[in-house]
Design a binder for this molecule. Structure first.
Ligand SMILES: Cc1cc2nc3c(=O)[nH]c(=O)nc-3n(C[C@H](O)[C@H](O)[C@H](O)COP(=O)(O)OP(=O)(O)OC[C@H]3O[C@@H](n4cnc5c(N)ncnc54)[C@H](O)[C@@H]3O)c2cc1C
Length: 405
């Protein structure tokens, strides 16, 4: 016979872990829920390992944004405030072999006067400054918002590297994630010699004093005890009966694993849902460690030069006490052969294609009608940060309990 589980959670990344704990906080009995995780450790993209004697975040550079009180309070239950260091972000961009603070448009004042004039002239002619309508495609949006120079010197080459795909396929609905600096603020920053404008995330961030970012999720997983099965990959979903891996029969499935896997493992998916899933695109990221110490105050550096394979450097020695070296993030499609430690993240970024909003809305609607809930980065197909993943999982747990009690 099958083991009956009221709430079966697929995946123990930040989303699945938070959802499970919130269900318990809301009074759901332990035996009513179960989390299945493919890896031997929970934490998903937020896991860390030890490389060259210090922590390294295998999913890329991970920093905790401090702006959501509810999220901090939740995470501090597992890793109290005294175990975190607070950092004022130092993020740089390589531009013409020079390090400039990020975001570029707020820090043009760091260029020579001659270059400042060239960039300002280019921004003054943008569609956004002239009040033209915001375009719908990404490339046009970059030129409309930031001008030809920033587009050609940084934004487009950098985005070409990270996505390694036709940028015309990207939409603009996700651009609220990028810094928003007005022309007025750009001029002011050049005149006053300091940055103005809003940073979308990580102005100040927390990073563990002694561990990698993965530690908090590891502890969260441990606190679930026998309600979390690691090394348990979901390989079969009998959809009409909600039977997973021929073992567990769920009343409600909460899925934080990529929908594209469902195509391979779920039986009887309706044709329209298969078609929508096929429209979802993701990219992979390779994380590579380098031993060398870099002389820079940056926590991380964006690298737009095409001839260099990776697109971001994470300067571990500047945020991880007692460590040395750095690691890089590179799109898996363009990364050269590994020279040392490498972790390949097949599912790293969901891609914000023009097609995505409609496709994911169709999938989520269908799921909801069948007691299947999409959760987190892969359930919602959104490149949300872990603080958002936690906040959303808390909210969704409350909704599910309200609807199913
Ligand atoms: C390069 C990079 C940098 C980032 N930087 C930051 C940052 O600075 N700050 C920040 O807050 N966030 C950052 N993020 C985002 C953060 O990683 C995500 O928000 C978070 O991991 C989302 O959690 P999740 O649980 O939704 O997804 P995931 O972490 O992807 O978890 C999904 C889980 O499902 C499991 N799974 C998959 N398939 C199966 C299967 N068949 N059976 C069972 N289990 C399965 C996986 O093993 C994984 O554990 C970054 C992400 C990347 C890629």
């Amino acid at each position: 016979m099958y083991q009956k589980i009221k709430y079966l959670i697929l995946g123990a990344g930040p989303s699945g872990l938070t959802l499970a704990h919130t269900l318990l906080d809301l009074g759901i009995a332990r035996e009513e829920l179960l989390v299945l995780e493919a890896n031997e450790e929970p934490g998903g993209l937020c896991r860390s390992t030890v490389v060259d004697g210090s922590p390294l975040d295998i999913g890329g550079g991970h920093f905790l944004d401090i702006r959501k009180r509810e999220v901090l309070d939740f995470l501090f239950r597992f890793m109290p405030p005294e175990e975190w260091n607070s950092h004022d972000r130092v993020a740089k961009i390589i531009l013409r072999d020079q390090e400039i603070d990020h975001p570029l448009e707020a820090n043009l004042w760091q260029l020579t006067k001659e270059d400042q004039v060239k960039y300002l002239e280019s921004i003054a002619q943008t569609g956004s400054v002239r009040g033209e309508k915001m375009p719908k495609s990404f490339i046009q949006w970059v030129r409309w918002k930031l001008g030809e120079r920033i587009a050609d010197d940084y934004m487009l080459p950098y985005n070409q590297k990270i996505w390694s795909m036709d940028l015309n396929l990207l939409g603009t609905y996700w651009l609220y994630k990028l810094p928003d600096v007005s022309f007025h603020e750009i001029l002011k920053s050049c005149l006053e010699g300091k940055a103005f404008g809003a940073l979308p995330a990580h102005g100040t961030f927390l990073y563990p004093k002694k561990y990698g970012y993965g530690e908090v999720w590891k502890r969260m997983g441990k606190a679930l005890g026998d309600r979390l099965f690691t090394n348990t990959k979901v390989t079969k979903i009998d959809l009409p009966n909600k039977i997973i891996n021929d073992t567990y029969q769920a009343e409600h499935i909460i899925t934080s694993i990529p929908w594209t896997l469902w195509l391979k493992i779920a039986s009887s998916l309706p044709e329209t849902i298969c078609e929508s899933i096929k429209k979802l695109v993701h990219i992979s990221i390779d994380v590579d460690y380098q031993k060398e110490n870099l002389s820079t105050p940056a926590h991380w550096i964006y690298e737009p030069r095409e001839e260099i394979s990776y697109h971001r450097i994470l300067v571990r020695s500047n945020f991880c006490p007692g460590s040395q070296g750095y690691w890089t993030e590179c799109n898996g499609a363009r990364s050269p052969q590994a020279q040392g430690f490498r972790h390949h993240n097949e599912y790293a970024y969901p891609v914000n294609t023009l097609d995505k909003p409609k496709a994911i809305a169709t999938i989520l609607d269908w799921g909801q009608g069948n007691n299947i809930y999409g959760l987190g980065r892969w359930g919602k197909w959104e490149h949300m940060n872990s603080d958002i993943a936690v906040a959303e999982a808390i909210a969704i747990a409350k909704q599910i309990v309200l609807a199913t009690r």
